[in-house]
Design a protein around this ligand. Structure first.
Ligand code: FCB
Length: 520
């Protein structure tokens, strides 16, 4: 019997810390020749009838997300200091296509236009990040008021356009001067970072009520210091462990300094998460998937909520090598007001306890685990792969809508139904303006990607998850880190030659979704 003829989504919720089986769970057979059958030719696809029936609650906050380094440009304007990503992109051989983000989307100058476009798409929330080296060019000391003024005007513009400003305090662009002081493995950075966060809350906290300290802290530590795939490109496991601990301390210290400076502040997160499915039913693979979840998804969430780390390690946790000191549990403990995370794709995880060297997936855009020549770290000992059962986006990530449901319901269950913000979700496809159709951008694959993922999000909400917002990555095409301009995630096309913006068909569609709370 052809497995694709079966319903691609199951109503069975995944149980425990580990998600149930990796394959397509199935509930009902689809009659031959039916409408649904066509959609189901794609493994993992959501039936069209489910998409048509999907609804979102009144007041749901439809949004988009960007990051300072990826959109702003103006890399040395108004007193901005150098960041580790300026250093990375200015190093020959690092960026695909040899481009830099010196200009990027020039949003530093064009923000008014971009916020007007967001309003045109009926958006209610805009997740942006602040560039630390614009505020403190060398990472410490008095704020650069030109930087503060810029964000102040930017915030006013967002509010005028009816957008809720959702501020990410750190989306990867560490001041280079702090990297020279040892970077995130240096525990002192927690204090510097809390000062920086306090400065933001003091100057901008009258208008920002939603703060996320870090975008994807696991990636900052592991990809930046453990395997060298992201700036500052160090590959040392001790540095990874130390960086992770500094980030956990920093997250909590920042929460306290923000709240001390702004009574309106609520603090949550913008974690990168992938639902982890064990490769086989063996206890060893289930335990490995649980370690993946603990390390890659909820390490920093547990640290904040409980003041302790989850069981991410085989055997005794390497607290010495992490630089954990007595009393740190208290410092790390800072319960979040809401929980924010991204969803792009899933992982299949297996036990690697007995492997000598481990090889995982290569690095491709969004946080796919990379392993250095010496292999995966000796502490977590799992192998995580991105399967290719479903189709791939042009950026190379598997399309697996069911993962959205599984992840949202898992976090909801494990953290007692917190308020959830989906901080990022999206897909990379290269569609461009089509001359024969008056220059419109017919990006049907992106529309279908969002229809499928959002149908699964709607199902999670119907099943009780308290999801308050969804931020599509991204409002506009932008500079995709080491992949430069070779990937496009925007709902709006950017021509980097003249900065012309063209709303893609997906943007127009997303605007209708935002207006109707339906996947029209
Ligand atoms: C996420 C990052 C974001 C962007 C998207 C495609 O992992 O947070 O900056 O690169 O992937």
């Amino acid at each position: 019997m052809n497995r694709r003829r079966f319903l691609g989504t199951s109503l069975a919720a995944a149980g425990g810390a580990v998600l149930a089986g990796r394959g397509i769970a199935r509930a009902t057979a689809i009659p031959e020749g039916s409408l649904m059958q066509e959609a189901l030719e794609t493994p993992g696809a959501v039936p069209q009838a489910q998409i048509a029936a999907a609804r979102f609650p009144e007041g749901f906050l439809w949004g988009t997300a960007t990051a300072a380094f990826q959109v702003e440009g103006a890399w040395k304007e108004d007193g901005k200091g150098e960041s580790i990503w300026d250093r990375f992109t200015h190093t020959p051989g690092k960026v695909k296509g040899g481009t830099t983000a010196d200009v990027a989307c020039d949003q530093y100058h064009l923000y008014a236009q971009d916020m007007a476009l967001a309003k045109r798409l009926n958006q209610k929330s805009y997740r942006f990040s602040i560039s630390w080296p614009r505020i403190q060019p060398t990472g410490t000391g008095a704020p650069n008021m030109k930087g503060i003024d810029h964000y102040s005007k930017f915030l006013d513009t967002m509010l005028e356009q009816g957008l809720r400003p959702f501020c990410t305090i750190y989306h990867w662009d560490l001041p280079q001067a702090l990297e020279e002081k040892g970077g995130w493995p240096n525990r002192d950075l927690a204090g510097y970072y809390a000062d920086y966060a306090g400065i933001l809350a003091k100057h901008l906290g009258d208008r920002i009520t939603i703060w996320a300290p870090f975008n994807m802290p696991w990636s900052v530590a592991y990809m930046g210091y453990g395997v060298g795939a992201l700036a500052p490109c160090r590959a040392n496991f001790d540095d990874f462990l130390k960086a992770a601990h500094t980030l956990a301390l920093a997250q909590a210290q920042a929460l306290r300094s923000i709240k001390a400076a702004s009574s309106k502040a609520t603090v949550g997160s913008a974690y990168g998460m992938c639902p982890a499915y064990p490769k086989t039913d063996s206890e060893a693979d289930k335990a490995a998937a649980a370690r993946y979840h603990a390390m890659n998804n909820v390490f920093f969430l547990e640290a904040a909520m409980k003041g302790s780390y989850p069981k991410a390690f085989v055997g005794e946790p390497p607290f010495d090598r992490m630089g954990v000191r007595p009393g740190d549990e208290k410092i790390m403990h800072a319960p979040l007001d809401w929980v924010g995370f991204h969803y792009y794709t899933r992982r299949i995880v297996s036990d690697a306890s007995h492997a000598q060297t481990f090889s995982g997936g290569g690095f491709s855009g969004t946080e796919i685990e990379a392993d250095p020549a010496t292999g995966r770290d000796p502490y977590t000992r799992f192998r995580a792969e991105m399967p290719t059962e479903g189709p791939l986006t042009e950026s190379g990530l598997e399309v697996w809508p069911r993962g959205m449901y599984d992840l949202v319901t898992q976090i909801s269950r494990e953290y007692d139904h917190p308020i959830i913000e989906i901080t990022e979700s999206g897909c990379g496809y290269l569609d461009a303006p089509y001359e024969k159709e008056n220059g419109r951008v017919p990006d049907a694959r992106r529309i279908e990607w969002f229809r499928q993922e959002l149908a699964e999000l709607s199902r999670a909400i119907a099943d009780g998850a308290r999801v308050r917002s969804f931020h599509a990555w991204s409002l506009i095409d932008n500079f995709e880190w080491g992949n430069g301009h070779t990937e496009r995630y925007g709902l709006i096309y950017v021509d980097y030659r003249d900065q012309k913006r063209t709303i893609k068909d997906s943007g127009l569609w997303y605007g209708r979704v935002a207006a109707t709370n339906r996947l029209v």
